[in-house]
Design a protein around this ligand. Structure first.
Ligand SMILES: [Zn+2]
Length: 218
């Protein structure tokens, strides 16, 4: 695609991925408009089941030069949700997805806080699902204490370590002071993925160990 700004022609790559369905595509160019050094171009996804329109934004950064800024619509690709997490009655996934959208829109400060809140839903709702006697007892407790007082079996040692680290990074993104400067929001997301995988693994192991009995004579 090309456009002219201040008599200089800018050439940029056409979008190669749809921000709605995330398929690799050669989208159809519908129209474009440039205003104050920002070019807005409208495209239509050519993937048959999608076919949605989207707007790509390019910013002029020099004479005849422009860079891709982002899309005005669509949504980011979510993480892989293990079955155990999908079945959990919790606002975790919804909160995570909202945080992801905030990050996608450039609201990284808000996104970090959202991911921290998502971890809290995940931990508390998972514990209550496992042991309903905890209901009414842990919801208003500090997340760090809840993690510290639970997950005490050897099988849960890794989960506890991961959760503590995810919470530390999450707190950094929520509070005024930062203590872990070398880690960012991508590390936090990576930790949350590890936590989800760990919970799923623990639950699957429990399920199979409890439900498959030996048929061999003793
Ligand atoms: Zn599409």
């Amino acid at each position: 695609m090309k456009f002219v700004y201040n008599n200089f022609e800018c050439r940029v790559d056409n979008p190669s991925q749809c921000p709605h369905c995330h398929n690799g595509i050669e989208p159809r160019h519908i129209s474009q408009n440039i205003e104050q050094g920002i070019n807005y171009s409208v495209w239509k996804c050519t993937f048959r089941e999608c076919g949605k329109q989207f707007i790509a934004v390019h910013q002029v950064i020099g004479q005849g030069q422009a860079k891709f800024v982002g899309f005005l619509d669509g949504q980011p690709i979510g993480p892989y949700w293990p079955e155990t997490i999908k079945k959990l009655k919790s606002k975790f996934i919804e909160t995570y997805n909202q945080s992801l959208k905030a990050e996608y829109s450039g609201l990284d400060e808000i996104a970090g806080m959202g991911f921290r809140k998502a971890i809290e839903y995940l931990v508390k709702d998972y514990l209550i699902q496992r042991d309903s006697s905890l209901e009414g007892k842990i919801e208003d407790k500090l997340l760090a204490s809840v993690i510290g007082e639970n997950f005490s079996t050897p099988q849960e040692a890794d989960l506890k370590d991961l959760l503590q680290r995810a919470t530390w990074l999450g707190n950094d993104m929520t509070h005024y002071l930062r203590y872990h400067d070398n880690f960012d929001i991508n590390d936090l997301k990576e930790l949350i993925q590890l936590v989800m995988d760990e919970i799923h693994s623990i639950e699957q192991k429990r399920h199979y160990i409890a439900n498959i009995q030996s048929k061999y004579k003793k």
